[in-house]
Every structure is written in C-alpha cells, then in structure tokens.
Design a protein around this ligand. Structure first.
Ligand code: PIT
Length: 187
C-alpha cells in the first residue's frame, strides 16, 4: 500500500477522541467526499533513531503489512495510510461498540449463547491469523471491540496489531526477558 502524502484534514473531518495510548490517539473521521464514518489512528513517528519519543516508521509499516494480510470480518479493517513529517495516520473502519470488557461489565449477566457467539468470533479471527502464521501478541479485553453494541448480535473486532508478528519458514525465534512478548530473530 502506498502511503499518501496529502493532508488528512483536506479529505476527512476529524472528530472526537475514541481512545489513546503510547502511539497517540484514535479519533473519529468523516470522509468529506462521501460522508462515510471512519476512525483514524494518529501515530507520532520518531524524528531520529536516538529519540525515545514516538514510534519508528518501520514499526508502522509492519503493522500496515499485517493488517493488509488480515482481511477478516472480525479484524479491524484498514482503508488507507497517510504520512507527513511528524505523524502517520491509519484510516481504519469505525468500531463504535466499545470494548467487549465494558459491554460485559455493564450487564447483569451474559447468557451462554451470547458467550458462545463472542468466543466463536474471537477464535475465528485468531484461527485466521494463526493460519497465516501471524501472532497478535497483545490479545486482551481492551483489544477486543464490538462493532455496534446496540445491534442484536454485535460483532467482534480485534484491534491493535502494533506488537503482532508474522513468523517465517526457516527462521528461528527466541523469547527475550522471559516473556514471549519480546521475540527476536536468531541469526
Ligand atoms: C476505536 C475505534 C476504532 C478503532 C480503534 C479504536 C483502533 C484502535 C487501535 C488500532 C490499532 C492500534 C492501536 C489502537 O495499534 O474504530 O475505539 O491498530
């Protein structure tokens, strides 16, 4: 995917903050040409390799490659990527149902059939990734979202592939710091 150098604001109206993290912010976007709603992940990129601030461009490129390989109804879809000197913006599908965690916490109980429906969708997404030798490495309630919590059957959407990794045939991997979260290729 070629990254666009246009100004995001020329093409999208930037709306409210949906979430934030180390990477920057996720905000709602309205596409000016069509009125379609999206979400934008605004990532502050590193000015140079010595800086501790921001995320390296290569890390964003990797996340973009993985998201492109992961087109699945239960995985956040990527539409476009913009970049300028200071930041990169991932245009992704708007997921307006919030975290699965909050959905469950806000209810008195979750029925067995609802639980089955959620778990089935989570496992379908994870199975799809694993078939492509991609591991998410940060699956947790905060990264499991609902497309629309007012729908009768809300759909699961996995987000945040910032730590994800695609394992390649013939490469050997070792865990670092005692946790498989930090993997590196062995020479
Ligand atoms: C929302 C709504 C939405 C998308 C997101 C959050 C995405 C969050 C996100 C995505 C990433 C990432 C970190 C956070 O690395 O439509 O509340 O790829």
């Amino acid at each position: 995917m070629a990254f666009k150098h246009a100004n995001v604001e020329d093409l999208y109206e930037i709306g409210v903050v949906l979430g934030s993290g180390n990477f920057g912010q996720v905000r709602t976007l309205t596409e000016r040409a069509t009125g379609t709603q999206w979400a934008g992940k605004f990532i502050k990129t590193r000015k140079n390799s010595c800086s501790r601030l921001g995320i390296q461009r290569s890390a964003v490129e990797r996340e973009v490659d993985l998201l492109q390989a992961l087109q699945h109804p239960n995985i956040m879809a990527l539409k476009d990527v913009f970049e300028n000197r200071a930041e990169m913006v991932l245009i992704v599908e708007l997921i307006s149902g919030g975290e699965l965690f909050d959905f469950i916490a806000g209810k008195d109980n979750v029925s067995e059939s609802e639980a089955i429906e959620f778990l089935k969708q989570i496992l379908e997404a994870v199975g799809f990734m694993h078939n492509k030798q991609i591991a998410h490495f940060d699956l947790k309630p905060e990264n499991i979202m609902l497309s629309d919590k007012d729908a009768e059957h809300p759909n699961i959407k996995l987000i945040d592939f910032g730590l994800a990794h695609q394992f390649k045939q013939g490469e050997e991997y070792k865990s670092m710091c005692g946790t498989p979260q930090y993997i590196r290729k062995c020479k």
